[in-house]
Design a protein around this ligand. Structure first.
Ligand SMILES: [Zn+2]
Length: 268
């Protein structure tokens, strides 16, 4: 059986240019979430105008459902709780320097560690995740949780903090996620992001050794450099104020940004 797995990007998902070139093909058949009904090769392309790097298409709802039928062990609520608490604490301490109370929305909360630890600081945790099992578990622990995309979450100006830890690169259209975050944060709100940094020397070293796991990361549609991400944040009314190396996953960066303005719908 095979299915129609990907919907092609007609233009660059960040800047809408149609000046797109091929970069490389990667094997994703060894990935934990791989299913043989999905093509084993990912075609990575680049935008000649804004330098963004992305896959040539994003998954159809059918393919997405098949991929989400499996959950990686580290995405199950409560996974590795005590170690993850230490990793999350580094993040929350940085955010708390900017804003130390209010509602904290974690998008794609996965194992829940960021929300559990934010709760220790006194924030009110709220989680959204497309995995319904995780939402059920979080609710059973007494937390507010929803199984909906951030774009449809309707609580404008509510949140002090929105975290999207290793999430933006999974979104078919990251601009929509940032527009939603802009709408949901209140005037002094803080956005936390983490994701692999393809502009790092560590990334280049993995490429050189042909051991870079991210080209074959089946659920990723984008690879960001710090420069491209900062430009994107500014377009969407966020000012990055802190850069760090992430302890969550390999070769990742983490950024704290503050909401600086309302923006129009100039992106896609
Ligand atoms: Zn572009």
């Amino acid at each position: 059986m095979s299915i129609s797995a990907r919907i092609a990007y007609e233009t660059c998902p960040l800047c809408a240019s149609n000046d797109i070139y091929s970069i490389l093909q990667a094997d994703c058949s060894k990935h934990q979430l791989y299913n043989p009904v999905i093509p084993p090769v990912i075609n990575w392309v680049g935008c000649a105008v804004c330098d963004h790097v992305f896959t040539d298409g994003y998954f159809t709802p059918e393919a997405q459902t098949i991929l989400f039928s499996k959950t990686e062990p580290d995405q199950v609520v409560g996974h590795d709780l005590e170690n993850q608490r230490h990793i999350s604490a580094r993040i929350i301490e940085k955010v708390a320097r900017q804003i130390d109370q209010g509602d904290w929305l974690d998008v794609g909360f996965g194992n829940g560690s960021l929300l559990f630890t934010a709760h220790e600081w006194g924030y009110t945790p709220v989680g959204i995740d497309l995995r319904e099992d995780n939402v059920r578990i979080l609710r059973s622990l007494g937390f507010e949780a929803h199984s909906i995309p951030i774009e449809t979450f309707d609580h404008p100006d509510r949140f002090s903090v929105i975290s999207m830890a290793d999430v933006l690169e999974h979104m078919p259209f990251p601009c929509r996620g940032l527009q939603a975050a802009q709408r949901l944060l209140h005037a002094n709100g803080v956005l936390f992001l983490s994701m692999p940094n393809m502009g790092s020397l560590a990334w280049q070293l993995l490429d050189h050794k042909k051991t870079n796991p991210y080209w074959g990361a089946i659920e990723h549609f984008h690879n960001f450099s710090r420069e491209r991400l900062y430009a994107l944040l500014k377009t969407h009314g966020f000012t990055p104020i802190h850069y760090d190396v992430s302890k969550r996953y390999r070769v990742c960066m983490e950024i704290v940004a503050v909401k600086t303005s309302q923006t129009g719908n100039q992106d896609h």
